[in-house]
Design a protein around this ligand. Structure first.
Ligand code: NAP
Ligand code: GLV
Length: 321
């Protein structure tokens, strides 16, 4: 250990490539020395922690920490640690690459669902030709005959919802507070949720994982959706009551689900979602922070914090997101 007591930033990642992030940050002339965990010269020097799935207890080992900067948009990978420093700023990732990636993924999955592409993939697997499953010739619905419900109208939900509206879909959205967003019929509160679910043939979930949103996709909310509705979950596995989803799919009430996130990741091989004929599984890839656009954001956030200004995306302990 050296006698140097000047502050450093620690990059702590068990999920994303620490080397790639460190190279990108250093290329941007990162304002303070950067050390990659677990090679930290002196825990007392760590003023900022830049994190992706930090092991529980690591953050509590930095006595002079000033803030935690998440490489992920959701910060449950930090708050799951019972010892995370909740009295200090935790800044979630808000950056254009992540937002554009989610917009693309949601648009692709909603269009694929609208066009019933998974059904045609299944037909091909059994060499079966049925050219009427989208409706009789001339009757196949277009996007303006399809309502999509967006649960969560934050950074990712609002941009994805607007893209769907630009592609012709009727879009309803739900958030905690009242909102006005071009192209989206915005609702809030319990009544608002019921209205969105009742109208939506495709429900996209982009809520944060909080005690209030846990299991929000459950038997009761599925029952409020029209028969034949689809669920696209790109938020967190904790939002879904898995037994209720499987029951709603098996009863025929729901027509299908696209699931990108799960309570246990990687999804265990024996999980029934893998082989369910009405489920599309993707391995938590709906969107990621792009290093190209995310690294400058980390630098800007750190400079803001050093200047005594709070960057956008501060986690609110009381709201839980
Ligand atoms: P955000 O900007 O914080 O937006 C959250 C939205 O949810 C807001 O509109 C908020 O309402 C609403 N909300 C929160 N609690 C609510 C409640 N109890 N009732 C109704 N609405 C509620 O978050 P974001 O950046 O859009 O990200 C959303 C989530 O996406 C992340 O937390 C993460 O879990 C997930 N994600 C997944 C991937 C992936 O690859 N699958 C990638 C990135 C992120 P207000 O507007 O009223 O505050
Ligand atoms: C990914 O799921 C994220 O929260 O960034």
């Amino acid at each position: 250990m050296s006698n140097d007591t000047s502050p450093v930033a620690a990059l702590i990642s068990t999920s994303d490539s620490a080397d790639a992030w460190a190279a990108a940050l250093k290329a941007l002339e990162f304002p303070i020395p950067l050390e990659i965990w677990p090679n930290i010269s002196d825990p007392a020097r760590v003023a900022y922690a830049i994190v992706a799935k930090p092991p529980p207890g690591v953050l509590a080992g930095f006595p002079n920490l000033k803030a935690t900067l998440s490489l992920w948009a959701g910060v449950d990978h930090v708050t799951i640690d019972p010892d995370w420093p909740a009295h200090l700023p935790l800044i979630r990732m808000v950056e254009d690459g992540m937002t554009a990636g989610m917009r693309e993924f949601v648009l692709a999955q909603v269009l694929a669902t609208h066009l019933q592409l998974p059904d045609f993939t299944r037909q091909q697997q059994v060499s079966h030709w049925d050219d009427h499953i989208r409706g009789d010739y001339g009757m196949e619905p277009l996007t303006d005959q399809r309502t999509v419900g967006m649960l969560g109208l934050g950074v990712l939900g609002s941009v994805s919802g607007k893209a769907l509206a630009l592609n012709g879909f009727k879009v309803m959205g739900w958030s905690r507070s009242a909102k006005t967003i071009d192209g989206i019929d915005c609702r809030h509160g319990a009544e608002g949720l019921n209205a969105v679910l009742a109208e939506s043939e495709i429900v996209v979930n982009l809520l944060p994982s909080t005690p209030e949103t846990a299991n929000i996709l459950n038997a009761e909310t599925f029952a409020r959706m029209p028969k034949g509705a689809w669920v696209i979950n790109v938020a967190r596995g904790e939002h879904v009551d898995d037994a209720a989803l499987l029951a709603a799919l098996d009863s025929g009430h729901l027509a299908g689900a696209v699931l990108d996130v799960f309570r246990t990741e990687p999804l265990p091989k024996e999980n029934p979602y893998w082989t369910h004929p009405k489920v599309t599984v993707t391995p938590h890839i709906a969107s990621t922070t792009r290093i190209r656009t995310g690294a400058p954001k980390i630098v800007a956030n750190l400079l803001n914090l050093e200047a005594g200004e709070m960057p956008e995306g501060r986690f609110d302990v009381d709201r839980g997101y």
